[in-house]
Write a protein that binds this ligand. Structure first.
Ligand SMILES: [Cu+2]
Length: 250
């Protein structure tokens, strides 16, 4: 009788652990959004973005590769933003209303909207920093990690499913010859290629506790089922050892 009671005890402890943990996980205020970044304007780049929102804090984890590498002899700055307030989609070539063969940032706006937040490397993350090349991540490939305060409009757009990540900056050589000579629609002192979209992806909320959908970076927060299972295993092991000590003592 006593022995079986001790064997049951760890199972009860494990059950209690699961019961006490589950409501906490369900009430977790983190919401995760994920976007697969697809090439536009023939950039041949690719990438993925994960955004964890906790209150008004957004933690962005982004990985990109295959972007234009150099600009005027320096690592190519890629301004990048969360665009908001439109359809929440990425433009196809029908957006190219000027028919120059390039979807400019402005031409894509009916699809992805205006800038809600700038994914800068330091300082300002507002739309005001949108074309500041000094705080843009740079080079062909990079990993971007930053936590910043979301403004209300961007937070609302994320919730509404209309937030889109756009990474800008094309290799001018990949543009049609005529378009290579055009000025940027955003910063006329720069060429059109410098600010035109290279990557685009719609941010979609992930179900709470869902495993990553194709993203390879570890989730910064949220339930770790493996850890939970290991914790349960420790409780079982401890209970078993206790039962064994009791048995030997007796
Ligand atoms: Cu943008």
């Amino acid at each position: 009788m006593k022995k079986s009671a001790f064997l049951i005890a760890p199972a009860l402890a494990l059950g209690a652990l699961a019961l006490s943990t589950s409501p906490a996980l369900a009430a977790d205020s983190n919401t995760m959004y994920q976007a697969n970044l697809a090439a536009i304007n023939g950039s041949n780049a690719s990438g993925s973005v994960m955004i964890t929102v906790n209150g008004d804090q957004a933690t962005v984890t982004e990985k990109v590769s295959g972007l234009a590498a150099m600009f005027n002899g320096s690592p190519y700055p890629h301004v990048q933003h969360i665009h908001i307030g439109a359809q929440g989609t990425c433009p196809d070539m029908s957006a190219d209303t000027s028919k120059d063969g390039v979807i400019s940032t402005t031409e894509g706006a009916p699809f992805y909207g205006g800038i809600g937040a700038t994914l800068s490397t330091s300082g300002d993350t507002s739309p005001a920093a949108g074309t500041d090349l000094k705080v843009a991540p740079s080079g062909a490939s990079y990993t971007y990690n930053r936590t910043f305060t979301l403004d209300a409009k961007t937070a609302d757009s994320l919730k509404a499913g209309t937030a889109v990540v756009v990474v800008h900056g094309l290799d001018p050589a990949t543009l049609p010859a005529a378009a290579q000579k055009e000025p940027s629609d955003l910063v006329p002192s720069l060429p059109l290629a410098a600010t035109s979209p290279a990557l685009c992806g719609s941010l979609k909320a992930m179900p709470a506790g869902a495993p990553g959908t194709g993203i390879t970076t570890p989730a910064p927060a949220g339930p770790d089922l493996g850890l939970l299972a290991a914790g349960g295993g420790l409780v079982l092991a401890a209970g078993g050892a206790y039962a064994l000590r009791r048995k030997m003592a007796a």
